[in-house]
Design a protein around this ligand. Structure first.
Ligand code: SF4
Length: 370
C-alpha cells in the first residue's frame, strides 16, 4: 500500500514524503500484519508525527474524553488472569479483600461525584466470569440510573451471551469492555480458564447487539513486539474496530504470577508502550485510544508523549478497579499545562423506552430504531 511504503525506509526522503502526504488510511482494515510491523519499526518521531496527524483528521485536537471507573463487585473472580489481583486463584498471595455487589444507591452516588468532577462516562466493573441471571436486573438498573444522570455508561462484567448483550443494549448501555489483553499465541501464558475465541465471541455478541465495543490490551506482561503487532492485527480482523481501545501498561502486582515475574525481570520501556498507542491510533483512526492502568507511575512528559501518540481518553480518579491511578488534582494540573480540554458526554438512547397509556395507566414498552 502506497502510503505506508513511503514511510517504510527511515531516511530523509521517506520522512519528507510522510510529512507531505495526506493520510488516506481511514479504514481500519487497510493495514495488514506487515504494515503494522513497519509502523512499529518507524523512528519514534516519525511515528508520533504520523499518529498525531491522523488523530487530528478524525478528532478535535487537544480534546480528551474522561471516564471514571468503579468496581461494583471486587475480588474472588473464578478466572485466573495472571496479572490480576482480583483472581480467586491468587488470593492467598495478593491478600485482596473480596467484596460483594455494591448497593445501587452507592453506585449512583459515585456516578454523581464523577459527573461533578467532569467525567463524561461512568464505567462499572465486576469480577465475574459472566453475570448470572440474578445479576442482570441489578446491572440493568445501574445502566438506567447512571444514564438518567446524563452520563455515558460502560460495563465490564466478563463473558456475555447474545441474550445478555441484548438486555444491556435495551437498557441503553453505551460501551462494553472486554479486553483481548494480548496476541492469540501469548494468551495462554496469561489466562488458562478461558480461550481467546471465547473472548472474541463475547465481543461479537456485544457488537451485534448495537453496544459500542471497548477492547484493549496490556503491554509489558512479558510478551514480544510480535505479540503487540498480532494484537493490533487482531483488532483489524474484526468486522469493525472497537470504538474504544484501552492501552494498559502493566501495573505489576506482587503476588500475581505475571506481576512477580515482571518485578523480578524488569519492566518494559515506556517508549514501547507509547509506540503501541501510536500504532493503535494510526490503524484505528476513528477509535478512542485510552490510557488506562499504568499512568500513575508516569511522568508528565511521558503522558504528554502518549497524548502526542494519539491517546484521547483516560480514567479520572484516584483509583481504577483495585490499583491506584494518577491523582485527580494532578490530572487537572497536567491538562491545564498541556492545554487539553474535556469532551462532553453523548449517551446513546436506550433501545427500549417505558411508556404509560394516559387513559388506562397501562405500562408498555416502545422499541426504538437504531
Ligand atoms: S482480569 Fe477480570 S476476569 Fe481476569 S481475574 Fe481479574 S476480574 Fe477476573
Amino acid at each position: 500500500m502506497a502510503g505506508l511504503l513511503s514511510i517504510s525506509e527511515p531516511n530523509a526522503d521517506s520522512t519528507t514524503d510522510l510529512l507531505n502526504q495526506p493520510d488516506t488510511h481511514t479504514a481500519a482494515h487497510t493495514y495488514n500484519r506487515d504494515d503494522i510491523a513497519q509502523l512499529f519499526d518507524l523512528p519514534l518521531m516519525d511515528l508520533l508525527l504520523k499518529a498525531q496527524t491522523i488523530h487530528r483528521e478524525h478528532f478535535v485536537a487537544n480534546e480528551i474524553q474522561i471516564s471514571t471507573l468503579l468496581s461494583i463487585k471486587t475480588g474472588n473472580c473464578p478466572e485466573d488472569c495472571g496479572y490480576c489481583s482480583q483472581s480467586g486463584h491468587h488470593r492467598d498471595t495478593t491478600k485482596l479483600q473480596a467484596e460483594k455487589r455494591i448497593e445501587v444507591d452507592k453506585v449512583i452516588a459515585a456516578a454523581k461525584r464523577a459527573k461533578a468532577t467532569g467525567s463524561s462516562r461512568f464505567c462499572m466493573g465486576a469480577a465475574w466470569k459472566h453475570p448470572s441471571a440474578k445479576d442482570m436486573p441489578y446491572v440493568v438498573e445501574l445502566i438506567k440510573e447512571v444514564k438518567a444522570l446524563g452520563l455515558e455508561t460502560c460495563m465490564t462484567l466478563g463473558m456475555l451471551d447474545t441474550d445478555q448483550a441484548s438486555q444491556l443494549a435495551d437498557a441503553g448501555l453505551d460501551y462494553y469492555n472486554h479486553n483481548l489483553d494480548t496476541s492469540r499465541s501469548y494468551y495462554e501464558q496469561v489466562v488458562s480458564t478461558r480461550s481467546y475465541d471465547e473472548r472474541l465471541d463475547t465481543i461479537e455478541n456485544v457488537r451485534n447487539s448495537g453496544i459500542n465495543v471497548c477492547s484493549g490490551n496490556i503491554v509489558g506482561m512479558g510478551e514480544s513486539r510480535d505479540d503487540r503487532i498480532d494484537w493490533v492485527h487482531e483488532l483489524l480482523k474484526m468486522p469493525k474496530a472497537p470504538e474504544s481501545i484501552p492501552v494498559n501498561l502493566l501495573v505489576p502486582i506482587k503476588g500475581t504470577p505475571i506481576g512477580d515475574k515482571v518485578l523480578a525481570e524488569g519492566q518494559l520501556s515506556v517508549l514501547e508502550w507509547i509506540r503501541t498507542i501510536a500504532v493503535a491510533r494510526i490503524c484505528c483512526p476513528t477509535s478512542y485510544v485510552r490510557l488506562s492502568a499504568g499512568r500513575e507511575s508516569l511522568s508528565d512528559s511521558e503522558q504528554a508523549l502518549a497524548f502526542m501518540a494519539g491517546a484521547n481518553s483516560f480514567f479520572y480518579g484516584d483509583k481504577l478497579l483495585t490499583t491506584g491511578n494518577a491523582s485527580q488534582s494532578g490530572d487537572d494540573r497536567l491538562m491545564r499545562e498541556l492545554g487539553l480540554t474535556k469532551q462532553f458526554a453523548a449517551p446513546r438512547a436506550p433501545k427500549v423506552l417505558p411508556v404509560m397509556d394516559a387513559m388506562s395507566g397501562h405500562q408498555s414498552q416502545v422499541v426504538l430504531a437504531d
